[in-house]
Design a protein around this ligand. Structure first.
Ligand code: ADP
Ligand code: MG
Length: 580
């Protein structure tokens, strides 16, 4: 249970505010997250980490000398947007390149990759190492598909130490990859977490039972057993981790050196962890291994989730030196950092270019007013269906589709209303509403709705009148952009299954001479039919992929929400005075 908040919708923003105030010794706030408040005399490669909020101390608690340079902070359990990642990276960059590192989740991969592309396009050398430590999330032959859990810490710590020792970007990337290759975790859960303001836990585990391999957002576990004794849990952890086919052989041989990290997910107490750790240590030692600098505590949490994970980092000489190098962050300290060698970082002059808009024609401003109303109607329909969308997403996904869409649609509607007041044209309004959507929604669908609105905005522009032809061409372009960005094809059970027939029908009807609202209505019908038909499909992509059979018989949440939105927009267009 989470009990304290002002408005649950503001939980993440309010949390960041307090976190920064409490930790100004290490961090300062920038758009999209935090960057260090001090810097070394010699510029370092910038390590930028991040992910959804709700996992403290991951990620912002790990920013400081010897560890990360910045953390992009998404909304609760939702990836930061590409703009947020880019902003934190720019604030943290000191001319020696950027390493992005984060847990391997579809939404994060999408957003961080988009940020990487933008940084590279601007001449900043940027690389990525995703963390894939959770051995239960994919078999060894698909190790690159595994998700990241508490093993994030080893990769971040090693990369941050290398940066502080003056390694160049190639070197920092190399050791981050090495650390990831030699880090394995396994987690169990006894109960799920309840999101702030939610009436029910995000997921549950039956009383007296333990889910093995359950993800930190409630991604379904792959096995379930009775809760063992503390010793029994230690035996399960060590047994599975030592048996993992991927363990580097020379490191795991007798005499190998290993860092164990026993992590509590939120409501398992330190005392319980110590009992488990006693047996973990005994088992590792009796396997002939040498334990180096063990960690027992909370490193990657999930609100009040009752769960535990064990991570092992298999050291070599270089990794050991980097693991033990000094670090000083709000939540993780190691050795002694030389504070006298650090100086405060400068505040960016936060250029407020967003307070102005490019000039627009009267016709385009008029269209903006209508689009802002349509975005408000979108917000209303998503608010009304948020619970249902979350429920469908929870069956094979992580249950956040309703909340994510709600945050995205609310932000887009608010941004649009403000832009109408500033006199924005249709193109600027749609593209900034798209940014707002992607920045606040998080999740894969948030990024894709950002792409849809921005692409449409680019077609509409700020000067030309909005015609049925321009709208249908913009929607077709958005349908292409979503496919090229997310790599999903028709039949993969995603929102593409509803978007493609929508865009194609709209284009065909407009070409056949229909007015916009009639064409839109026919297209919305096609989207609805297609969204319903996704029930019969097996997922081909994304988080739902590993739980395919659970998704059969259930429609794709992203396709359902898209159909809801285009239907609502269609019914408003029918009553509005639009270009026919
Ligand atoms: P997340 O999957 O990050 O939790 P959401 O729950 O908000 O994000 O959105 C899930 C929806 O996103 C899915 O139902 C699907 O329609 C859509 N989706 C996921 N991955 C892709 C992709 N690569 N291309 C198109 N749509 C996708
Ligand atoms: Mg989801």
């Amino acid at each position: 249970m989470t009990r304290l908040w002002n408005d649950p919708a503001d939980f993440a923003d309010d949390m960041v505010e307090g976190f920064v105030r409490a930790n100004s010794r290490w961090v300062r706030k920038v758009y999209g997250g935090v960057t260090r408040s001090t810097q070394a005399a010699e510029p370092e490669v910038a390590l930028v980490i991040g992910g959804g909020s709700g996992h403290y101390p991951a990620f912002a608690g790990l920013v400081g000398p010897g560890l990360a340079h910045g953390a992009a902070m998404g909304n609760l359990f939702a990836s930061p947007s590409a703009h947020q990642v880019e902003s934190v990276a720019r604030a943290s960059h000191r001319g020696r390149g950027v390493l992005l590192s984060y847990g391997n989740y579809a939404g994060d991969v999408l957003h961080f990759t988009e940020a990487q592309d933008a940084l590279r396009a601007d001449g900043i050398d940027c690389r990525t190492v995703t963390v894939t430590d959770d051995i239960f999330s994919a078999p060894p032959e698909e190790a690159e598909k595994r998700r990241g859990i508490a093993g994030d810490l080893t990769v971040f710590k090693v990369a941050g130490a290398a940066a502080s020792l003056g390694y160049d970007l190639d070197g920092v990337e190399r050791v981050a990859r090495l650390a990831n290759d030699r880090t394995r975790s396994l987690g169990v859960a006894f109960s799920g977490c309840t999101m702030p303001g939610a009436a029910e836990p995000l997921f549950t585990v039956p009383e007296g039972r333990m889910a093995v391999g359950l993800g930190i957002h409630g991604e379904p576990g792959l096995d379930e057993t009775d809760i063992p004794t503390a010793d029994g849990l230690a035996e399960l952890f060590v047994g599975q981790l030592l048996a993992d086919a991927e363990v580097p052989t020379e490191a795991a041989k007798a005499g190998g050196r290993v860092v164990p990290i026993l992590n509590g997910l939120g409501s398992v107490k330190s005392e319980e962890l110590f009992i488990v750790y006693a047996r973990v240590a005994e088992l590792l030692e009796s396997a002939g291994l040498t334990i180096v600098d063990p960690q027992v505590g909370e490193f990657c949490t999930s609100f009040d989730m009752a769960g535990v994970s064990l991570t092992l980092l298999w050291l070599d000489d270089e990794l050991e030196r980097l693991w033990l190098a000094p670090a000083d962050t709000p939540a993780y300290r190691c050795g002694a950092v030389d504070h006298a060698a650090l100086s405060p970082t400068a505040d960016d002059a936060d250029a407020d270019e967003r307070a102005t808009v490019p000039s627009a024609s009267a016709a385009s401003k008029e269209a903006s007013r209508l689009i802002a109303e349509l975005l408000n109607a979108t917000r209303e329909v998503i608010d009304a269906h948020a619970d249902e969308l979350g429920r469908i997403d929870a069956i094979a996904g992580d249950g956040d589709h309703g909340i994510g869409m709600q945050r995205g649609a609310r932000s887009a509607a608010a941004e649009a209303a403000a832009l109408v007041d500033l006199g924005a044209g249709a193109g600027t309004l749609l593209s900034r509403a798209g940014d707002a959507w992607a920045d606040h929604a998080g999740g894969t669908s948030g990024a894709l709705w950002g792409v849809i609105l921005r692409t449409l905005g680019a077609h509409l522009g700020d000067t030309e009148p909005v015609s049925a032809e321009v709208v249908s061409a913009g929607v077709l372009a958005a349908s292409d952009a979503v496919r090229s960005y997310g790599k999903a094809r028709v039949g993969d059970k995603t929102l593409v299954d509803a978007l493609v027939p929508f865009a194609d029908t709209l284009a065909a009807r407009v070409k056949g001479g229909c007015g916009l609202s009639a064409a839109w209505e026919a297209a919305a019908q096609a989207a609805n039919t297609a969204a319903e038909r996704t029930s019969d499909l097996m997922p081909g992509l994304g988080r739902a992929r590993s739980h395919g059979e659970k998704a059969l018989g259930v429609p794709d949440p992203g396709a359902v929400s898209l159909a809801l939105i285009v239907t609502t927009v269609g019914s408003r267009l029918g009553t509005a005075d639009v270009a026919q």
